[in-house]
Design a protein around this ligand. Structure first.
Ligand SMILES: C[S@@+](CC[C@H](N)C(=O)[O-])C[C@H]1O[C@@H](n2cnc3c(N)ncnc32)[C@H](O)[C@@H]1O
Length: 277
């Protein structure tokens, strides 16, 4: 790897067989952006630029880590979500594109206060704070995740009230206009369908829920939200596509109205919105 134009072919040569070529190219561009701050056009403009030995060694380290199935976001220690930069590590889920769609949905209506439950990297409350003047709070049971979330709030220049709290032991929530949650929703039995890079590296606490109680978090949040949301307040969930109708029915029984499911870009029921009467 002597010059910029060699980097992509080098990634492809080293990693073919690990993933398909499109994904390898995407990893290469993410790594170039991280190490050189070059976007795709910059790579063309600077194609002939020489790269230093230390930079070339850094790319080789990244490739070695990619060969162990480690997600590129954990290798680089950062990712992008809704156009903002976020630190991620083994204590935080890597924010997903479907969660960007959820945030986008929330931002379509005005609100003055919001609470995010199970905040992980803090991606949801930080984007909400960046795009509104609302007062935003967030909770997570993981102290380690909260350390990352607080750092992300600082990097992105927003104020969020973070609290360490176990939702399952919580009896009341603050009065707010919006409650949002992307809780653990993958069934233990779905583990075997998941890719090794998710299973080996992403925190189990963030992902899985027992097969015999798939709606555990949704029911608990629904019941608490019915009491704590302001009048006409909104509850937003990211959901397991299998349980859209069950969650909808459960919230209807609790007393929510105007309940709507929304499909993600892959045409799967992935989000739900409900209104307090
Ligand atoms: C699916 S991750 C979502 C992370 C982030 N909101 C996102 O969308 O990328 C679920 C989060 O819920 C947190 N969590 C799991 N059990 C919890 C509990 N009992 N109380 C509060 N948070 C919990 C996990 O630590 C994790 O950060």
């Amino acid at each position: 790897m002597e010059k910029v134009s060699n980097i992509i072919p080098y990634f492809i040569k080293q990693l073919s067989g690990i993933a398909d070529e499109r994904e390898i190219i995407s990893w290469a561009y993410i790594s170039i952006e991280h190490c050189l701050e070059y976007n795709r056009s910059d790579c063309i403009i600077h194609a002939e630029k020489q790269i230093t030995t230390s930079l070339s060694d850094r790319f080789k380290q990244i490739i070695a880590a990619l060969k162990t199935n480690k997600p590129v976001q954990y290798i680089l220690g950062e990712t992008e979500f809704y156009g903002l930069k976020f630190i991620v590590n083994e204590h935080t889920l890597i924010p997903r594109p479907e969660t960007e769609e959820l945030v986008d949905w929330i931002l379509k209506k005005e609100f003055s206060s919001a609470l995010d439950i199970g905040t992980g990297s803090g991606c949801i409350p930080i984007v909400l704070a960046k795009n509104t003047n609302a007062i935003i709070s967030a909770i997570d049971v993981s102290e380690d995740a909260l350390v990352v979330a607080k750092e992300n709030a600082k990097i992105n220049g927003v104020e969020i009230n973070f609290f360490r709290q176990d939702l399952l032991k919580t009896t009341t929530l603050p009065k707010v206009d919006v409650i949002v949650s992307n809780p653990p929703y993958v069934l233990e039995s779905e583990k075997e369908l998941m890719l090794d890079n998710v299973l080996e590296y992403e925190p189990n606490l963030a992902l899985f829920v027992a097969d015999n109680n798939p709606l555990l978090f949704y029911k608990k949040i629904g019941e608490l939200a019915a009491k704590s949301l302001n009048c006409k307040g909104k509850l937003y969930f990211e959901i397991n596509e299998k349980y859209g109708n069950e969650i909808l029915e459960m919230l209807r029984k609790i007393g929510f109205v105007d309940i709507a499911l929304k499909k993600d870009i892959n045409d799967k029921n992935r989000m739900l919105k409900a209104t307090k009467k």
